[in-house]
Design a protein around this ligand. Sequence first.
Ligand SMILES: Cc1cc2nc3c(=O)[nH]c(=O)nc-3n(C[C@H](O)[C@H](O)[C@H](O)COP(=O)(O)OP(=O)(O)OC[C@H]3O[C@@H](n4cnc5c(N)ncnc54)[C@H](O)[C@@H]3O)c2cc1C
Length: 446
Amino acid sequence: MSSGTKFRVAICGAGIGGLTVAVALSRYPDIEVEIYEAADKLAEIGAGIGLFSRPWEVIKKLHLEEDLLKTTDIRPTDSPVPSFRYRRSDRPEGIEFYTLVTKGQLMTFHRPDFQNVLLRRLPPSYRIHCSKRLRSYSQRLGGPVNLLFEDGTRTSCDVLVGADGIRSAVRRSLLGEKAQWAQSENNWSEAADMTAMIEPSWSGTNAYRALINADKLKLRDPNHRVFTQPTQYLGRNGYIIAYPIAHGRMINFVAFKSQHHLEHSKYPESWVCPTDKTEFAAMFRDWEPEVQALLDCVDKPLRWAIHTVKPLNSFVSGNVAILGDAAHAMTPHQGSGAGQAIEDAYILSLLLGHPLTTRATISRALSIYDHIRRPFALKTQERSRLNGQYFTLSSPELDFDAVPEQEMLSKLKILGKVFTKNWEWAWMSSLGGSVQEALRLLESSG
Ligand SMILES: Cc1cc2nc3c(=O)[nH]c(=O)nc-3n(C[C@H](O)[C@H](O)[C@H](O)COP(=O)(O)OP(=O)(O)OC[C@H]3O[C@@H](n4cnc5c(N)ncnc54)[C@H](O)[C@@H]3O)c2cc1C
């Protein structure tokens, strides 16, 4: 450790969350950072990602905007803009019923482009150690944190940031550590609760993801709506989302198949795997022609059994914090999992980088991070779950079972208003309040 270093941070996981916290920490030259990644090389999946205005605020603060804008035709704005068109499509003739207007554009990207922009912004002194899968950590009060990797090697750090995704080894250790402390105080029910939160649970929904070659779709339907309008095609027990990415060369396509009654059951197969379109296309067989055109062009889809992390009662323990999917993996129905990871990364870096945070007060900074970020992220997780019900016409609030055809449009319009209300935090609120509150708490705790 060089003489001007106040402490050493180890980031476990180099996904969007881990790389964003690394870029955010690089603004503080007195913090040393090492990144440990399980994969043998860094590769985001070939799919799209959309960011609403809150995480986009972070992108601007980290000066990533210019580089990211080179990878997309979408231009950010603060004005109200149409983001998605909504159709009820599980019928031969679809019903267009709603336009989601958001304050500011939903900024959509090809994930590998997004990852490359983050990677290019890492300082040369930050090393990414690939093929380093963390097995567990241990810590003593006040640090250091000792890391043990699956290859048997060890290292230590002053702060461990677990950005290691939904199957986080850091979360496993953190909850295991808390369960042990609870046991040592004979608090058996708390220990059992901690242990029960380690494993993610299946949401009852599978996502089938593919990138559609825009030229291929043009041959099938030259005027397809999705070239110009991001669209969600809704129906009973499933929906499809499609929007252009990478300067319109590709259409990001995701089809969701939901069995809500199976939420929290154990998923019997591999969570992520290549599949065949026959696995889901049959469900959409009677949907409107625009949907058929998309399905015809889907090639090599990937199946994601959507799992979520149970709502945790802490994202931190001593000198260890978790963020992103490791802390609050959520369903993707608000397009906000990565956005929440980016918000976590920013607030955590502000607290760690603050001059008042020293090696002796790391745990204080982390508990403020937990206090600010956990309620917000957990609320987003629940809102996302609700959108999953709205988009599949399965919400207990709005019964679509026996709606007469002449009342369908007005009922669908009500649905549009209901899911907008549930979602508008993403473009109507700002991260500024959280930043101020985090700094106020830190500065008043000296
Ligand atoms: C279909 C779908 C669509 C989505 N669309 C959107 C969207 O439009 N907008 C949005 O904001 N979010 C979206 N999301 C959610 C978003 O993809 C995730 O929330 C986000 O990628 C999580 O990032 P992360 O860095 O926390 O985790 P990950 O991306 O999972 O990264 C974790 C990293 O840690 C590594 N790792 C794992 N275990 C270990 C270990 N033990 N040791 C070391 N390294 C390890 C992994 O290899 C990986 O590189 C979507 C999700 C799905 C499934």
